[in-house]
Write a protein of this length. Structure first.
Lengths: 485, 117
């Protein structure tokens, strides 16, 4: 068997390991092993890459140092990545994933750029250099031209989009305010059209100038597409960028004619698209609606009409008494809890109640937190038992038998208008049926609307008690009041 | 999982790029691999439990760092200064993605593991 055949066999093994890894990562019992198998596949693919012909030929020509150079850079990158991963707090997981996505996209773009540079050198230096690179040609309408164009385009969008997402999630001051330029859709559209034109230019002429312009336009497009997206829509953006980084890797695979890149890249692309679809469904929004900003409807519902005279506000002592008499309590943590980093405070309240014999469950909406499934990770980090974390469809039938539902930092996902009012902008959105509980306690700073910008009839319901306070402080005070009894 | 699908994909994976292959058929070969792998991806990840969404995102993010393979090949060929520089930068960034992604996913999944507590 030739050495290339062994390398291909190694790539095949790696690809199979990636597929098995994905399969196992979607099951709770096998996920740890799935992740390790994925890492093993990656190790095999990396070792195999070091035996590829271009690498072995430059080792033959220059001695061992090219390999050492590669391993040196790989080791630095691996070291940085592992250190980041160990130190990064769990609340910051969304921005870390965004940052890593951006790096992946940038790497795919750079692979295409490096290959482009090498191929142009081949054209200049002729046969001698051709030996060292894969037999590719920079003719118009070839696989090479198309793939380089796409890798540059997707990689560049992924890079800048991810960096902007990182800035927003990390709450850098420059990104505090959403970009509300009324012409933003037109700007994005113009950039998208320019990118399409440049892609066509790259495919049909392979001019270097077009490649450079394409990278720049794609970078601008990544920024304008991500900037206007609101905080609550971030889960969708993370999934989408994840998908892009996979597609960029697949495009890079077309550039260097490498099947493991194509397979792994398209697996990631597919998983990102599936999660994007799940997130959009959970928010009852179309992907186009998320990407091009706003809900698309201006609400005419008058908040005063809904709330006037019907809001019952309670103080700490009253709430402590209500909670003391409850047998079954369901806690509904939302985006606001993640922002307030109040997961440990929630856990302490639950501990005090459990000591008194109250049963506790957590109802988690699919888009709670700042990335898909983020709330589960935050609560698991606070040592909240896994069995108490309930998905929406499992917990909804249990609300009528629930004595007290505590809503912390959630709004739209518990708005009964989604179920009752067919004219509501969020009509049909899947919600947690907290209004069916005996008593509902809503911990919230004010009556300000959630992301959908509409009033929530839950706050005015007969069985709802409002507790106006910062989520974390409210939980600590409540815990202390119950513990005093 | 569709067995027929696997039977279709496997031989394609094993096909090495042969020197005599014309560009169009090479493109179609890779396109076939791409589309079938997309389909495998959709089939494998149909129903993910909600609590695994974050680890799945970060784990798949790590796998998208597979572009490090391409980075090693282009950087290792040492054809031009720019090519090598871009390639080495790509190796660095892709390795941050790979190592960061796998380690952080492991860290998260360990937190979900009740036996550790």
């Amino acid at each position: 068997m030739s050495s290339q055949a062994w390398i291909n066999l190694a790539y095949l093994t790696a690809s199979m390991l990636f597929i098995v890894a994905f399969k196992q990562m979607s099951g709770p019992r096998t996920a740890v092993r799935g992740n390790l198998l994925g890492a093993a596949g990656m190790a095999i693919a990396i070792i195999a890459a070091c035996f590829e012909q271009p690498v072995t030929m430059s080792i033959a020509a220059h001695g061992i140092w090219p390999l050492l150079l590669l391993l040196f850079f790989a080791a630095i990158g691996g070291g940085i990545g592992a250190t980041m991963a160990i130190r990064w707090p769990m609340t910051g997981m969304p921005q870390m994933v965004a940052l890593l996505n951006g790096f992946g996209g940038a790497a795919s773009m750079l692979v295409a750029a490096a290959e482009l540079s090498s191929t142009r050198a081949v054209a200049r230096f002729g046969e001698e250099a051709r030996q060292a690179v894969a037999a590719t040609s920079l003719e118009p309408w070839t696989q090479f031209a198309i793939a380089i164009g796409l890798a540059c385009f997707i990689g560049s969008v992924t890079l800048t989009g991810s960096l902007v997402a990182f800035g927003k999630l990390h709450e850098l001051p420059q990104f505090k305010k959403p970009w509300d330029n009324p012409n933003r859709q037109w700007i994005s559209l113009a950039l998208a059209l320019a990118a399409l034109f440049l892609l066509w230019g790259v495919f049909s002429t392979s001019q270097l100038l077009f490649f450079l312009l394409l990278v720049l336009v794609a970078a601008a497009l990544g920024v304008t597409l991500t900037l206007p997206i609101g905080g609550a829509d971030m889960p969708v953006v993370i999934c989408l960028l994840n998908s892009y980084s996979g597609l960029a890797a697949a495009a890079a695979g077309f550039v260097i004619d490498n099947s493991v890149l194509v397979i792994a890249g398209s697996l990631v692309g597919a998983s990102g698209l599936i999660l994007t679809a799940i997130m959009c469904r959970a928010m009852n929004r179309s992907l186009v609606g998320v990407l091009f900003g706003g809900l698309g409807t201006t609400t005419t519902i008058d908040a005063d009409e809904v709330y006037a005279g019907k809001i019952k506000s309670a103080d700490t002592e009253e709430l402590a008494m209500v909670l003391e008499q409850a047998d079954r309590v369901v806690i509904v943590p939302g985006y606001g809890l993640a922002v307030a980093q109040a997961q440990h405070a929630v856990r302490e309240l639950a501990d005090v109640l459990e000591e008194r014999g109250t049963s506790i469950a957590y109802a988690i909406h699919p888009v709670a937190g700042r990335m898909p499934g983020h709330m589960n990770v935050l609560l698991a980090e606070a040592d909240i038992p896994y069995e108490q974390l309930c998905e929406m469809d499992d917990i909804n039938p249990a609300f009528p038998e629930t004595d007290v539902a505590i809503v912390i930092g959630a709004n739209d996902v518990v708005n009964p208008a989604a179920r009752n009012d067919p004219d509501s902008p969020i009509a049909g959105m899947p919600i947690l049926d907290v209004d069916k509980a005996q008593t509902v306690i809503v911990i919230k700073r004010s009556l300000s609307p959630g992301f959908a910008g509409i009033p929530n009839p839950l706050f005015a319901a007969d069985n709802t008690l409002m507790y106006f306070a910062d989520g974390k402080k409210a939980l600590i005070d409540l815990t202390a009041a119950i513990a005093r009894e | 999982m569709n067995i027929v699908l696997f039977a279709n994909v496997l031989p394609l994976l094993a096909t090495a790029p042969s020197p005599g292959e014309d560009p169009a058929s090479r493109f179609i070969r890779l396109l076939t691999v791409f589309l079938l792998a997309m389909w495998v991806g959709f089939e494998v990840i149909t129903k993910v439990p909600q609590r695994l969404h974050t680890p799945l995102t970060s784990g798949s993010n790590a796998i998208s760092g597979v572009t490090v393979v391409g980075a090693l090949v282009v950087a290792g060929s040492l054809t031009t200064g720019f090519g090598t520089l871009f390639g080495l930068m790509a190796v660095l960034l892709a390795m941050i993605n790979v190592a960061g992604g796998f380690v952080v996913t492991h860290r998260m999944l360990e937190m979900f593991n009740p036996k550790k507590k």
